[in-house]
Structures are given as structure tokens and as C-alpha cells.
Design a protein around this ligand. Structure first.
Ligand SMILES: [Zn+2]
Length: 67
């Protein structure tokens, strides 16, 4: 099990609660010409809590599977 305190990113519309979720992890690089800058942006925009957002679909699936 990989339950954690929920977290979200300011630029995403969902929050994450499962550390197995790749979408919610810092190493995921989205399409960008400068991956280092993208990583830094994601790190700085990471916030604790749900942010009043919906749970990420991937996290929901992982939680349902008990991972
Ligand atoms: Zn997620």
C-alpha cells in the first residue's frame, strides 16, 4: 500500500493520493523543450492537500487495486 497525504499541483485539475501514480510524481516529464525547467516548475507548484480538486483517475484506480 502506498497511501499518503494527498497532494496536487497548481497547474493540474486533480489531486493525487497514491505514490504509484506516475502522473503525480516529479519524475514525469511532460512534453516540453526544457525538461529541467519543467521539473522545477512541477516541484514548486506541488502543494499538500486536495486543493478542493477531484481525485486523479489513475490514483483512484491504484487505490481500488490496493496498491
Ligand atoms: Zn494521480
Amino acid at each position: 500500500m502506498a497511501w499518503k497525504t494527498p497532494w496536487h499541483y497548481l497547474h493540474q485539475f486533480v489531486y493525487h493520493s497514491n505514490t504509484e501514480c506516475r502522473t503525480g510524481n516529479d519524475e514525469v516529464i511532460e512534453d516540453n523543450t526544457d525538461p529541467i525547467a519543467e521539473l522545477e516548475i512541477k516541484r514548486q507548484s506541488r502543494r499538500q492537500g486536495t486543493g478542493g480538486k477531484r481525485l486523479c483517475i489513475k490514483c483512484a484506480e491504484l487505490n481500488r487495486l490496493g496498491r
